[in-house]
Design a protein around this ligand. Sequence first.
Ligand code: GLY
Length: 369
Amino acid sequence: MQDRYEAALNRIAGKYRKTAEKAAEAGILPYQSAKGEWIASPYDGNSWWTGGFWPGLMWQLWVLTEDGFFRQEACRAEKLLTEEFRSYRLLNHDVGFMYLLSCGADAKLTGNQQAETDLLHAASLLMGRFNPTGFIRAWNEPERTGFAIIDCMMNLALLYRASRDTQDPRFRLVAKAHADTTLREFLREDGSVSHIIEFDPETGKRIREHAGQGYALGTQWSRGQAWGLYGFALAYRHLGEKRYLEAAKKIAGNFVSRIRPDGLTDCDFCQPAGEERIDNIAGAIAASGLQELAAITGEENWKHHAGKLADGLLEHCADWGENRCGILTHCTASYHDDGAGRHTNIVYGDYFLVEALMKLCGRDPELWS
Ligand code: GLY
């Protein structure tokens, strides 16, 4: 089994060794690929929330192959991202995704002190978004002052890391306050999670749930389920409170019951029957998050489901074509917004596929810790 995953990783590294140079030549941070080219984000340039996945992918491939090209490409991307600190107004709760997988990975894997400083800068920006009524504010629009989203459970990893590196509990305590609010307000009885909850920013009182990137209000956007599953597993690893583990297991139980027979993942678990909208990014994130859960509980069944997801992705949706850039097909950014990509290759799908395969092969560099 492991041989198959090792072989897939080597094949991915081989393809990226050829195609990633195109991104360097174009001087861009790739968001997706199409027609043999890497394409930058259609929104907010290098401040778009996905920017960290390209360097994160390069660091994973560097750990795998020790090929200096991947390290050099990760550092090129990291520089583009740290320049975004100057834009400030475009940065939001997703600085965890952006800087943990770039500066955080660099500092962790190479000991680069400037990268560590930049990581702490990003963590301070995330702290600065904390509303003392109990949540980290999501986006920046004035009408969204009280919005919090499930995705942010992953960004908390930046705060756990900052607390550990500085020996200062503030970052961890803010993460804990946000995790507790998420646990109380997002987790539903059936083990699914909401995407967006709006709070009164003055009192912290819940106002309403909003429909997000899934099919409709109250449905189950699969990527949100994957963020919740992985995010609560990480919360347990770093905060040690049993309630986070129970939440992760509950979300995982719901997720694995929804995996399609072919191992792929629908974009929304409540989407109309017969509507073919797949989001393989959700499956790849869950394949990695389930292994986090297996590692912290010692329960092998989660790893079995992770393998089922990875197998489905490799068997049905891995693009090995020489004339195309990325690997994972059928990635969908948002149920109703095809502009951000529908059934196409998107870089963070490749990132989580590689991370999941690295875990399956026992080679995980633990970039979220
Ligand atoms: N964090 C936004 C998304 O998953 O699309």
